[in-house]
Design a protein around this ligand. Sequence first.
Ligand code: PEP
Ligand code: MG
Length: 312
Amino acid sequence: AARSALASWSGPGATADGVPVKILANVADGESARSAATAPVQGVGLFRTELSFLNRQDEPSVDEQAEIYGEVLAAFDGDRYVVVRTLDAGSDKPVAFATHEGEENPALGVRGLRLSFGNPGLLDRQLEGIAAAAATTGTETWVMAPMVATVAEAKEFADKVHALGLKAGVMVEVPSAALLAHRMLEVVDFLSIGTNDLTQYTMAADRMATDLAHLTDPWQPAVLQLIAITAEAGRQAGKPVGVCGEAAADPLLACVLVGMGVTSLSMAAAAVRPVGAQLAAASMDECEDAAEAALSAADPTAARDAVRALLV
Ligand code: PEP
Ligand code: MG
């Protein structure tokens, strides 16, 4: 039955009892966007703009940037939308024209939004390129910042994006942002939880360290609690809270996230059908029970076993 559900699921995303959940794609450039656009997704939940710049020595001009972003936006016209993430340079994603040299701990250093704020011209030019691409294509465009730690950062970023007439959000990747999600939502229109970095920073375990895989596991109860706090803040504020880290690509965990109140799931295109089909097989009540079971489990293995017993 599961196999035929997988083969036949064709979107849009919803639980078995019809509660809508947006299923979105993570993309890197025009080519991956055009490919993802053929999947049953309602848009893009994470466009990693820095991936277009990893092999560039110099910052692309505003016009060049508008063209790069426009390729992705053009693939999702009509009633779909694209969440563009501003440059997430530094640490595991070195960009030649936006580096901060000589850091002992790059993952805790000047990276993501910190790097953009340290070079305000860079951020303003990128936002200009995004706004130009949005105007040319007519695609609904949301803009979000990576690696936000304080409400003041979120407000400064949102003010810039709102001045361009676009929706503004921030990623929840740092535990401080999850703990203050309700205050973040007073200044932004949406939140998107990046579980890869949120797990890394919650567990103090390098996401690239294979020997720490037992810690860099989004099923860790501490990580799940921070996600639940963030999703609940979204429910209270009546604003969207999505997940765009690897956790959203795990079909069982996706149901847990929805049970916590997450309103969208963004993932690599290959995960869209397995996640969509699993979600379509579980009612919202079952997702909420799964969330409760995962949150009260002692460890990731117990959480997985408990959720599997409820949903499979
Ligand atoms: C994340 O950290 O979960 C995320 C989606 O961003 P990235 O993987 O690009 O750091
Ligand atoms: Mg991240």
